[in-house]
Design a protein around this ligand. Structure first.
Ligand code: MN
Length: 135
């Protein structure tokens, strides 16, 4: 057993993110393991560019309201405790809502994320489907 010395928080690059987002490594597999587990924190309005993961990705929302959109689909509005799975190769983006911070865990494998264009304000402001219904 060991207490893991974590690398410093780093700011995610402008090429792949709109607005400010930061990541912390919780686990990074070595040897045969390609597992990656990060905490990612987004400022209000911040989001990834469109991208895909060759072996898929699981997100777990910790705080705030996460917006997650698959290419060709509506934006999913996810809440703390929600788990969102994106299958291998599916193009998508994820980020914070416009008015509050959002944090999620991100679990994926390997370093071959395929990055594409940034998410436009029009796409970011598009229709949403909530994981919760308000009564
Ligand atoms: Mn992703």
């Amino acid at each position: 057993m060991e207490i893991v010395k974590q690398p410093a928080t780093w700011k995610l690059p402008e090429e792949w993110f709109t607005g400010d987002a930061w990541a912390d490594v919780l686990y990074r597999g070595e040897g045969e393991s390609r597992a990656r587990l990060n905490t990612v924190r987004f400022a209000p309005g911040a989001r990834t560019a469109w991208h895909s993961h060759s072996l898929g990705q699981t997100l777990y929302v910790i705080e705030g309201i996460a917006l997650i959109q698959p290419r060709g689909g509506e934006i999913i509005e996810a809440h703390p405790g929600d788990v969102i799975y994106t299958p291998p190769g599916e193009k998508h983006w994820h980020g914070a809502s416009p008015d509050r911070f959002m944090a999620h865990l991100a679990l994926w494998e390997g370093d071959d994320t395929a990055w594409a264009e940034k998410v436009t304000d029009a796409d970011y402001g598009g229709p949403r489907t909530s994981t919760r219904t308000v009564s």
